[in-house]
Design a protein around this ligand. Sequence first.
Ligand code: SDX
Length: 439
Amino acid sequence: MSEDTTKGTNKTVTITDDSTGKQATFPLVTGTDGPPVIDIRRLYAELGCFTYDPGFIATGSCESNITFIDGDKGILLHRGYPIEQLVRHCSHLEVCYLLLKGELPNQAQFDKFSSDITNHTMLHEQLHNLYRGFRRDAHPMAIMCGVAGALSAFYHDSTDINDPYQRMVASYRMIAKMPTIAGWAYKYSLGQPFMYPKNDLGYAENFLWMLFGHPCEEYLVNPVIARAMDRILILHADHEQNASTSTVRLSGSSGANPFACISAGIASLWGPAHGGANEAVLKMLGQIGNKANINEFVKKAKDPEDPFRIMGFGHRVYKNFDPRAKIMQKTCHEVLNELGVESEPLLELAMALERIALEDEYFIERKLYPNVDFYSGIIFRALGIPTTMFTVLFAVARTVGWIAQWNEMIEDPTQKIGRPRQLYTGSKRRDAAPIEERQ
Ligand code: SDX
């Protein structure tokens, strides 16, 4: 990160406080792409007021070199590379290297990175006891939060955030161990034995092995399914300052260890407005049932009094198609073809719902399009993954984005602890009476 924040322009923005007549001028900073930002760090000092932006609709929380989204054009770049090209030419581990280190690896760099990750895929054997503390029907995201956070109790040699080597080890450990944590969470829910990672399998293959393998017979991973899983991991890897990534950054800004920060990110991703939407889409499609009911549910979604929303639709940043949704839909057809699924009623229902919504003035006016979660649940179900595991897969994929953004924040010389201000509308100062004097 450079100290100079007025990149590419010496333009400024002047704000006048009409109530006091005071004026202040602030730098207008332009980045490589995207809207310029007003650097308002001196706003309170100059004008004695705060900005007010619940939900951070128009607020940049940091400078970042990792991912860029153009929501109007439906563009997603990771370190400048379009997501469509990364999905076509790279594996998830290559994209992990890119997100962490800023460049795509050559073969030698990839081989070293892949070997390092592979050698961190096992979990401390004592963690079996932590799993055993959960009910069998615990939501696997609860297990993911618990086990990810617990890693800081096992890997003390990679919790010093000021040591670049320890940060790298913690980063590799998180990326390597999340598929194992997720696979074991699934096996625990089934009452089946945990499957250990196999060093001769690729990242996505190993994940599928730990999800679906069992000791009683050889489980051969279908290469087409493995490639589809690898592509799905790429599509979910990083996405600028979304809610869970912002949670990881805010947690990390206090100096918390990386395992605790990732646990916080998992918790935030769990929400149905965020990563939990893929699970919510399946439930919604189940509620709709068949195409005849679509119009009734679209009407509910448009009713401001009705809390029902078309899950998997809409996005804070994309006001055009989420490029990931397009690739996800294509992958959906490929997986279903590979599995010999002639017709998937859920997919047909989802496509009919998409068609009707996209032609509806309410959705057109609000620029509501399918997002990454709209089709992912249908693929996961076709792969035999239970609904409760959908957001777990999202968390496995997003771990590299969280950890890359966490490293970027730690390495930013201008980084401070995140501490937003507020608009206070509570009681003025008043005296407290002892309980015997209260009515
Ligand atoms: C992810 O940030 C990221 O990058 C996230 C993510 C990532 O990779 O990290 O992309 C992953 O979280 C994708 C989003 C998954 N969530 C869903 O699919 C849940 C359904 N979508 C909505 O909850 C909503 O669209 C959000 C949460 C995604 C975005 O909400 P915003 O930006 O705060 O928008 P809003 O709620 O203010 O909606 C604007 C208008 C409102 O109507 P009006 O008040 O203007 O009349 O659009 C309406 C909303 O009611 N609206 C919807 C809708 N989404 C928004 N109406 C019906 N169905 C919907 N899905």
